[in-house]
Design a protein around this ligand. Structure first.
Ligand SMILES: Cc1cc2nc3c(=O)[nH]c(=O)nc-3n(C[C@H](O)[C@H](O)[C@H](O)COP(=O)(O)OP(=O)(O)OC[C@H]3O[C@@H](n4cnc5c(N)ncnc54)[C@H](O)[C@@H]3O)c2cc1C
Ligand code: SF4
Length: 563
């Protein structure tokens, strides 16, 4: 696929719409508003990765790590894997054109209906029926599918055998993966999944239905201009009307400096993810934009953890082989094929989902160092990649678990950077519940439960999440939330009514969730984004259709020159 992004030198000074960030929320907004005939610019802080360019070896993966902590800043600011070390909790997010979709496991689930019955959501979410239309549209574009052969995988069988401990059989997990060759709704020809397991490293086959292969090419086909290396810092009302967007050119970082830039737009959609959009609004408020006091509050980790079972009796084969495969003859499967669902009909908070996961092949060489005591020494001896596939790591179980927390984290600006404060995070009841369930599974499999192989390193004992939510949560008025049910940002200017909004300013991403979802969030973020676009179109007299297009010449997802 030729690149979607243009050089920032071609950025113009004004657009109808500026979309900040290019994950699920940004992709939907860019596609729909470009289809409505608007001049759209997408500003993404990270780089563009075309299929075939995702890290395949550990040194490549290490080069894509950016680590940020209170007094720490390591790696490139455009590194694909963005790890934020917090005093109370760590967060992993994606950085690149396509956002978290580039490195996620692609599990696409709709939450328990009780989640939306929580009165924390504005009433319209339940009442106007558009949430169902949002899910239907989201499903047509990201296309969740079940791998019909999932139960044949060793990792699925291992989960089934361990599940006896909980009295639960696994079910196939829907993932946004093309298991057969297809031309997708954006006209991109996607090959079939090779079941290489590398989804969380980045799909080098082009089979994962990322935002970069769906909504973004659709936006580009309808005229949206896409720019990478543009990190937005703040937004402010433009004196002439509309919005001024201030950004930093990250392409200049490599040359030792950042270069500021500004542009204006009639409409700004902040879709920079939970941390990114909240940070932009916190900074904008410092510079005078009147926003709700709720900004930064109700951060949720979605009760999400990753944990491991080491030493299981059955083979698991849950280390990716990558593409092209690093070893032959291993049928790993997509990153997640099966899950155990535990539904508590009495108390939603106790419901949880446990998925079997796969570690990306680029991590294979460092697994001995991570899991074996004194492993740094042993790791040097054992790091032959084939050893990892054949030795004890062939029975390493990786679990992704999702549930509910109390959404009591708070995002703040510290030294001009976003930071998470959640002093009681590690004592949230969800972690104990998950530990009990996972320990039982691992014991049944004959292994030892490894909650965090990096405990004792700079990771400490804090929990970590890859599902950050909240910070700009929805509410009925600004005393309750930061955005309304249409994702419009509440205006807290003196004299403004409690439900008044800033005309033309939206947040459309994971930040708008006022609570945990209890399932992996991508489908709900996409659905609420599709819903917000329906409202935006009605409010502004726009029309677009969201139907897949048929193109005479499908685009290949591969980087030019790669097969
Ligand atoms: C390893 C991993 C596995 C996961 N697995 C699953 C899964 O199986 N299923 C699921 O549902 N979810 C999963 N998730 C979570 C899911 O990917 C995220 O919830 C989702 O991507 C969030 O979408 P978003 O639109 O809110 O923002 P994002 O996808 O985070 O996109 C935001 C974009 O904005 C950019 N940005 C940030 N700040 C700025 C700025 N200042 N200026 C310009 N651009 C900016 C970012 O670089 C990013 O590209 C996983 C996440 C990870 C990390
Ligand atoms: S298993 Fe491999 S080919 Fe299939 S979606 Fe994941 S990374 Fe792509």
């Amino acid at each position: 696929m030729s690149r979607l992004a243009s050089s920032l030198d071609r950025l113009e000074s004004h657009y109808d719409v500026v979309v900040v960030g290019s994950g699920y929320g940004g992709g939907v907004a860019a596609s729909r508003l470009a289809r409505a005939g608007k001049r759209v610019a997408v500003l993404e802080r990270g780089r563009e990765f075309v299929t075939g360019e995702f890290p395949a070896r550990f040194p490549d993966l290490r080069a894509e790590l950016q680590l940020t902590g209170k007094r720490l800043r390591l790696g490139s600011p455009t590194g694909l894997y963005d790890v934020r070390f917090g005093e109370d909790m760590h967060v992993l997010i994606g950085c690149g054109l396509g956002g978290g979709s580039l490195i996620n496991a692609g599990v696409a689930l709709r939450p328990d209906p009780r989640v939306f019955r929580d009165p924390v959501w504005p009433d319209e979410i339940r009442a106007d029926g558009l949430i169902d239309e949002g899910y239907a549209r989201a499903a047509r574009w990201v296309r969740p599918a079940r791998d019909e052969t999932a139960a044949e995988r060793n990792k699925y069988r291992a989960l089934a055998s361990a599940g006896v401990a909980l009295g639960k059989a696994p079910v196939q997990a829907p993932v946004v993966v093309s298991f057969a060759p297809t031309v997708n709704p954006a006209g991109v020809a996607q090959p079939a999944c090779t079941r290489c397991g590398d989804c969380c490293g980045g799909c080098n086959v082009g089979a994962k239905n990322t935002v970069a292969l769906t909504y973004l090419p659709d936006a580009a086909r309808h005229g949206a201009e896409i720019f990478t290396h543009a990190k937005v810092r703040h937004v402010a009302r433009a004196p002439e009307g509309g919005w001024r967007v201030g950004f930093e050119r990250q392409d200049a970082v490599a040359l030792g400096s950042t270069k500021p830039g500004t542009l204006t737009a009639d409409v700004v959609v902040l879709a920079a993810g939970t941390l990114g959009s909240t940070e932009i609004l916190l900074r904008s408020r410092e510079q005078g934009l009147a926003l709700s006091d709720r900004l930064g509050q109700r951060f949720s980790a979605n009760g999400d953890i990753i944990a491991f079972g080491y030493g299981a009796k059955l083979p698991v084969d849950a280390i990716g082989v990558g593409h092209p495969p690093k070893v032959e003859g291993l049928d790993v499967g997509a990153c997640v094929s099966g899950q155990i669902e535990i539904v508590d009909e009495q108390d939603l908070a106790n419901s949880l989902t446990i998925q079997e996961g796969v570690l990306p092949s680029a991590l294979a060489p460092i697994l001995p160092a991570l899991f074996i005591p004194n492993g740094r020494l042993l790791g040097a001896l054992k790091s032959l990649i084939a050893g990892v596939y054949k030795g004890p790591f062939a029975s390493l179980q990786t679990f992704f678990a999702v549930s509910h927390d109390t959404a009591s984290g708070r995002l703040v600006l510290e030294d001009d950077r976003i930071a998470l404060a959640w002093p009681g995070a590690k004592d949230e009841p969800v972690y104990r519940r998950l530990d009990v369930a996972l320990e039982a599974l691992v014991r049944q499999a004959g292994g030892s439960y490894v909650k965090n192989p990096l405990a004792g390193t700079m990771m400490g004992q804090q929990p970590a999440t890859a599902h950050p939510l909240g910070g700009c949560g929805m509410g009925r008025e600004r005393g309750e939330g930061v955005v309304n049910h249409k994702c419009q940002v509440f205006d807290a200017s003196p004299g403004a009514g409690a439900a008044d909004v800033h005309d033309g300013l939206y947040v459309i991403d994971g930040a708008i969730m006022p609570r945990s979802l209890g399932v992996n969030p991508l489908l709900t973020i996409t659905a609420l984004a599709e819903r917000a676009m329906l409202h935006l179109a009605r409010d502004r007299g726009l029309a677009f259709d969201a139907a897949p297009r048929t193109y005479t010449t499908p685009i290949s997802p591969m980087a030019p020159g790669r097969a």
